[in-house]
Write a protein that binds this ligand. Structure first.
Ligand code: 5AD
Ligand code: SF4
Length: 454
C-alpha cells in the first residue's frame, strides 16, 4: 500500500498551526509528500483543539466525514490520524473501539510519527500520547506551506504550568519548557533570509520563558537585533508577571510591535480568584497604565470568559466595566465551557445557564464593537506603516496589511506588493478594519526617523 501523500487539517490556536509545520517537516524528512486536498492523500491528519466543547465537536464531525470517505475507498489506502490536544481523549475512544481513527499522536510525540505510521501499515492501530518534560523540537526546521510568506509563527516554549481553573491546556500539552534561544534566533535569521517580514513568538505563557541563560525580555531584545526590518510580535503573556523591563525594550526597539495581548479573563476579583488567576483587577489596571505610559500608542487586546462557575450578574457587570475602562482595541470573547480534569470541573458547579452565558457574551461583544469603532475613529487622519499581507478579501484592486499596532488596513493596490512596508494615511474605518490612502513605500527605519522628526 502506497502511503506517501499526507494531508493535515489544523484546528485551534497559532501553536497548532506551528505544530503542523513541525509535523510537515518530520514527515517530509521521512520521504512523504504534503498535499492540499484530503482526496489526494493516503494519510489524513486532523490537528485538534480541546479548549472548548465546540472545538472538539467540530473535530468529531470531521472525523466522521473522513470515516465515510474511507468507506468509499473500501477501507483501502487511507489512514486517519489525530494529532494535538484531543489525542488523549481520542485514545480512550479508540480503546472503546469507536474505530474512527487509526492513529493518535499527542503534541510531544511527533518525532515518533514515521514509526507509528509503519505500525499502521502493518494493520495495527497506533498511539503515542506521552507528554514530555524536554521536547521542544528545537532542531526541527518547520515547513511552512501556507501561501503567507510574509509572516511566520515561531514556537519558543511548550506546555503550561499556570493551572488556570478553567483551562485544559496543562493536561493536553503538559509541563512548561523553553526552547533554547540560540535555535530560536537561528530560525529568525533563516526566516529573514527567506524574506519573511514578521514573526510571532509563541508560547502558552511567554513571560515565564527561561532557557537557563535568557529571560523573555532578553530573548525579545536579541530577536529585535536579528533583522531591524523584521517585525516581532508575541503571544501570550500573563498579567501576573509581565516584565516591566520588556516594556522598555518594546518602546526602544522600532521592530518590536506596539501591540500587547494581555488576557484579563474577568473584571471581578472573586471570579479571578475562582479562576486561579493570581492578580486583582486593580493590579491588572496598574499594568495597563504602565503599558500605556511606557509605550505611547500601544494597542491592547484581551481574552474574556463569560459565565464562569458561580458568576453573578454583578460579577458580569464588573467584566463589562473593566472592558469599558481599558477600551481594548481587540477582544477574544468566549462563553465558559467546562473541560474534564480541570480544577473548575472538579471543584465548582458549571451553574450559569447556557442562555445566561450567551446573553452575557452578547452584551460584552456588543459593547466591545462600539469601543472598537470609537477607537478606530480616532485613527482617522493618522499615518501608519502597514506591512502588506496580500490582496484584500473584498476586491482585487485593494491590498490589506497590518499596522505595527495590529490593526488591519485596506488600501488601493497601485504598484505596491505583498511584503512591502507602505506608509498609509487612515481615512475611514469600521469596528474591525481601517481604510487608508497609500503615500509611499517605506521601511521601519525610514518611518521611525520621520516619526521622530515630526
Ligand atoms: N471555556 C471558555 N473559554 C476558555 N478559554 C480557555 N479555557 C476555556 C474554557 N474552558 C479561553 C481563555 C483563554 C483562551 C485561549 O481561551 O480566554 O485565554
Ligand atoms: Fe491551542 Fe489550547 Fe486548543 Fe491546544 S487546546 S490547540 S493549546 S487553544
Amino acid at each position: 500500500m502506497d502511503q506517501r501523500n499526507f494531508y493535515i487539517e489544523t484546528y485551534g490556536c497559532q501553536m497548532n498551526v506551528s505544530d503542523t509545520e513541525i509535523v510537515n517537516s518530520i514527515l517530509m524528512e521521512d520521504g512523504m509528500q504534503p498535499v492540499d486536498e484530503p482526496e489526494d492523500a493516503e494519510v489524513i491528519f486532523v490537528n485538534t483543539c480541546s479548549i472548548r466543547e465546540n472545538a472538539e465537536e467540530r473535530v468529531w464531525n470531521r472525523l466522521k466525514e473522513f470515516k465515510a470517505m474511507k468507506r468509499e475507498r473500501d477501507n483501502q489506502n487511507m489512514t486517519v490520524g489525530v494529532l494535538g490536544c484531543m489525542a488523549e481523549r481520542i485514545r480512550d475512544k479508540i480503546m472503546e473501539k469507536e474505530e474512527l481513527v487509526d492513529l493518535v499522536v499527542g503534541p510531544d510525540a511527533y518525532r515518533d510519527l514515521p514509526k507509528l505510521l509503519a505500525d499502521v501499515s502493518d494493520g495495527q492501530k497506533a498511539a503515542n500520547t506521552l507528554l514530555s518534560l524536554e521536547e521542544t523540537y528545537a532542531d526541527i526546521k518547520p515547513v511552512r506551506r501556507n501561501d503567507n510568506d510574509v509572516s511566520a509563527f515561531v514556537t519558543i516554549m511548550r506546555g503550561c504550568d499556570n493551572m488556570c481553573a478553567f483551562c485544559v491546556v496543562p493536561f493536553t500539552r503538559g509541563r512548561e519548557r523553553s526552547r533554547d534561544a540560540e535555535s530560536i534566533l537561528e530560525e529568525l535569521q533563516q526566516l529573514s533570509d527567506q524574506g519573511y517580514k514578521e514573526v510571532t513568538l509563541l508560547g502558552q505563557n511567554v513571560n515565564s520563558y527561561d532557557d537557563g541563560d535568557n529571560s523573555f525580555a532578553d530573548l525579545m531584545y536579541k530577536a529585535s537585533q536579528v533583522d531591524p526590518e523584521m517585525r516581532i510580535r508575541f503571544s501570550s503573556p500573563h498579567p501576573k508577571d509581565f516584565p516591566e523591563e520588556l516594556l522598555e525594550i518594546i518602546a526602544e526597539q522600532p521592530n518590536l510591535c506596539n501591540y500587547i495581548h494581555i488576557p484579563a479573563q474577568s473584571g471581578n476579583n472573586d471570579v479571578l480568584e475562582r479562576m486561579r488567576r493570581p492578580y486583582t483587577r486593580e493590579q491588572y489596571m496598574e499594568l495597563v497604565e504602565k503599558m500605556r505610559n511606557i509605550i505611547p500608542g500601544v494597542t491592547l487586546s484581551t481574552d474574556i470568559i463569560t459565565g464562569f462557575c458561580g458568576e453573578t450578574e454583578e460579577e458580569h457587570e464588573d467584566t463589562m466595566s473593566l472592558m469599558a475602562e481599558v477600551e481594548y482595541d481587540l477582544a477574544y470573547m468566549f462563553a465558559y465551557s467546562e473541560r474534564g480534569r480541570t480544577l473548575a470541573q472538579r471543584k465548582y458547579e458549571d451553574d450559569v445557564p447556557e442562555d445566561v452565558k450567551k446573553r452575557r457574551l452578547s452584551e460584552i461583544i456588543e459593547q466591545q464593537m462600539d469601543i472598537q469603532e470609537k477607537r478606530n475613529k480616532k485613527e482617522i487622519g493618522r499615518r501608519h506603516l502597514v506591512l502588506v499581507e496580500g490582496t484584500s478579501k473584498r476586491s482585487d484592486e485593494q491590498l490589506c496589511g497590518r499596522t505595527d499596532t495590529n490593526k488591519m488596513v485596506v488600501f488601493d493596490r497601485e504598484d505596491y506588493e505583498k511584503g512591502d512596508y507602505v506608509e498609509v494615511t487612515i481615512t475611514d474605518c469600521t469596528s474591525a478594519t481601517l481604510m487608508g490612502d497609500p503615500i509611499k513605500k517605506s521601511s521601519i527605519e525610514e518611518f521611525e526617523q520621520e516619526t521622530v522628526a515630526a
